[in-house]
Ligand binder design. Structure first.
Ligand code: ZN
Length: 277
């Protein structure tokens, strides 16, 4: 590594033997429901979600969970795949997203807050919606949706004490494994909030992959996979724009010594990025 630029690009290009520059687009959803009021922009309507999944299918793209996506990346056969993720574990994912995913033969990953199972998203200001019960989480898993952890209490992990990190990261993994009777391999940072200690805690707890929201170049890797927010406003044109944007940003990241891709994107941030994730 002769220049800092090259070294930074290298951290993006390689995580172990994985070529992260080939990371496909990963979509981030929360609820799939018709709602009157949604100040945090957490929901897409079932009809909009169906349009977005049909848009992927028309392009020959297949939605998959992150475990499947990472496995395909390891095998070098991730072309045509798109990661689909749901944060928080809303009941509307089971009720309204699952039937659409099934229609297309798509998979997804749902990130569950282990201490909040069966409650609501009362950490958000504004309307609250029900979170899946233990039985519903098991039902979703039985339907082939990967279950990951979204920590224990939905707290921000950047700057958390080692004790809190252990409880949120390892504790939630153990709770969800007990709930499901299987290992939990995936994690998503609440609010996308993370730092080096949080990423290390996630790796040390035994997770194999973790989703961030935005991640800077040195942060990116298997413990901080960047995602693209998808909302109610995202029609076919905006979906196409987001896909192009993803390709462009990946190309920038992959260029040795290229500019750090920390430029805010008008589509992924700004007017419609939810303040709570
Ligand atoms: Zn969340």
């Amino acid at each position: 590594m002769s220049t800092p630029g090259t070294a930074r690009a290298g951290s993006w290009l390689q995580d172990g033997n994985l070529r992260l520059r080939d990371t496909p687009m990963i979509l981030m959803y929360h609820g799939v429901a018709d709602v009157d009021e949604d100040p945090n922009l957490l929901c897409v309507s079932p009809s909009r979600f169906a349009q977005q999944m049909a848009w992927l299918a028309r392009r020959g793209l297949r939605g998959v969970g992150i475990g499947t996506l990472v496995g395909a990346m390891r095998a070098g056969c991730q072309r045509g795949l798109v990661g689909i993720t749901f944060d928080d574990g809303y009941t509307s994912v089971l009720e309204s997203a699952l039937p659409v995913l099934r229609r297309h033969g798509f998979g997804a990953t749902a990130y569950i807050i282990s201490d909040r199972v069966g409650t609501t998203n009362d950490w958000d200001e504004g309307p609250t919606w029900p979170l899946m019960t233990a039985g519903q989480v098991r039902e979703l898993a039985a339907a082939g949706i990967e279950i990951g952890s979204h920590a224990a209490t939905h707290m921000r992990l950047a700057g958390a004490s080692p004790e809190r990190l252990a409880a949120e990261v390892s504790g939630s993994r153990a709770s969800l494994a007990a709930l499901l009777g299987t290992e939990v391999r995936g994690f998503a940072y609440p609010y996308g909030s993370m730092d080096a200690a949080a990423r290390r805690a996630v790796r040390d707890a035994g997770y194999e992959h973790a989703c961030a929201v935005e991640a800077s170049l040195p942060e990116m890797g298997l413990m901080a996979l960047p995602r693209i927010y998808v909302g109610q406003q995202d029609d076919a044109i905006r979906m196409a724009a987001k896909r192009l944007l993803h390709k462009g940003r990946i190309a920038l990241r992959s260029r040795p010594g290229g500019p750090a891709p920390q430029t805010p994107s008008p589509l992924a941030r700004g007017d419609e990025t939810p303040s709570h994730r």
